[in-house]
Design a protein around this ligand. Structure first.
Ligand code: GNR
Ligand code: NI
Length: 172
């Protein structure tokens, strides 16, 4: 296993649309393990492959609490089948948008069809943080970041801040 570098905004790679996986083979399994290790190391609850520069439709998540047993989840080629009409606001952050947080409104519940770590087809009904996180990760597969939902002004302020931090190599 290996900890990979997480790409941060502004970076055009994060805007790529990820490609479907044809077979969940050894490369994909190794990638999922590396993603999980990278995510745990960064104290995140989810990670999409594109965040470490790999444009494949693969997501890992673990929303278990610190005092709970780990519960890694793997999603390959996830598709949202059903979205709730009801919406929930959650304060989101993103490992690719370090130290920035904003309230984002999304469908409260969703149903996701995907392949698991072993390439088996699964369906998951998600609500609460799980639903929010899956939708956040699935946005990454389309090259979308949570800051895209903010006003132009808020978004540009965040990008400006991140660019400054990058060029001076200071991580605030
Ligand atoms: O670690 C993360 N926390 C989080 C909090 C609220 C909503 C979404 C997330 S996902 C984020 C990790 C990440 O950037 N995944 O792409
Ligand atoms: Ni993210």
């Amino acid at each position: 296993m290996a900890i990979k570098t997480i790409l941060t905004e502004p970076n055009n790679i994060l805007r790529q649309v990820s490609k479907p996986v044809e077979i969940v083979g050894n490369d994909e399994k190794q990638l999922m393990k590396d993603m999980l290790e990278t995510m745990y190391d960064a104290n995140g609850i989810g990670l999409a492959a594109i965040q470490i520069g790999v444009p494949k439709r693969i997501i890992v998540m673990d929303i278990s609490k610190d005092n709970e047993e780990k519960n890694p989840m793997y999603f390959v080629n996830p598709v949202i089948k059903n979205k709730d009409n009801q919406r929930t606001t959650y304060e989101e952050g993103c490992l690719s948008v370090p130290n920035q947080f904003a309230e984002i409104d999304r469908p409260s519940k969703c149903e996701v069809e995907y392949l698991d770590f072993n390439g088996e087809k699964k369906v998951l009904k998600a609500e609460g943080l799980l639903a929010t996180c899956i939708q956040h990760e699935m946005d990454h597969l389309e090259g979308i970041l949570f800051i895209d939902y903010l006003s132009k002004l808020k978004k540009s302020m965040i990008i400006k801040k991140l660019s400054k931090n990058k060029s001076s190599r200071i991580v605030v």
